[in-house]
Design a protein around this ligand. Sequence first.
Ligand SMILES: Nc1ncnc2c1ncn2[C@@H]1O[C@H](COP(=O)(O)OP(=O)(O)OP(=O)(O)O)[C@@H](O)[C@H]1O
Ligand SMILES: O=P(O)(O)OC[C@H]1O[C@H](OP(=O)(O)OP(=O)(O)O)[C@H](O)[C@@H]1O
Length: 206
Amino acid sequence: MIKIAITKGRIEKQVVKMLSKQGFDMDPIINKDRELLIETKDGIQMIFAKANDVLTFLEHGIVDVGFVGKDTLMEADFDDYYELMDLNIGKCYFAVAAYPEYRTKTFHRRKRISSKYTKVAKSYFASKKEDVEIIKLEGSVELGPVVGLSDAIVDIVETGSTLKANGLEVIEKIADISTRMIVNKVSLKYKKEEIFKLMEALKKGA
Ligand SMILES: Nc1ncnc2c1ncn2[C@@H]1O[C@H](COP(=O)(O)OP(=O)(O)OP(=O)(O)O)[C@@H](O)[C@H]1O
Ligand SMILES: O=P(O)(O)OC[C@H]1O[C@H](OP(=O)(O)OP(=O)(O)O)[C@H](O)[C@@H]1O
């Protein structure tokens, strides 16, 4: 039995589609209602969780494999896992975004940056040797500049339509993001064959 945790939502839908294309029995998952733990005929147990919780389950050995965005991995403090594969799905990127005036404006105080990803934001501005104030927001981060809470944001951009709809633009790209397959180090020792079978199937299903 191989135990997998998948980030609910976008990532879940795409990973399930890839596995189903490779002949894995995904019907119980496609037809699930609100169940959070599903077992398939192929000896796979899947749980569906919030991105950060996927890492928590893997850290505590509850699951062998996790599917999460690189954004979640970059923001997390836990890094004792193997990142086995880039699935090339869930593609987007981290960026600094703001109103166009941000580019030319002179700041006589520390810039205020709002983000859900405070660690990523902090290390980006530190790498630029800029001392900024980071303000944590849990979502709809674009609100920061819109309501005057912050001068800029660090957030995920996919199509750019959320930024555009709010008059904001990308100031600088920080890093590419895509979905990664991560594996518990102990699991890789004991379930190597099943884990590699899963990885090969995902490679073919890409
Ligand atoms: N436009 C996008 N916005 C957010 N995440 C995206 C986007 N495109 C791809 N992703 C990837 O999908 C993952 C899950 O995103 P999703 O929107 O389902 O959850 P979330 O925004 O992290 O959390 P929440 O459940 O609070 O909305 C992200 O961690 C990221 O890797
Ligand atoms: O470039 P786009 O295609 O417009 O996508 C980017 C938007 O999607 C994400 O938000 P999400 O929908 O996950 O909601 P949230 O802001 O509540 O996290 C992200 O935080 C941006 O707001």
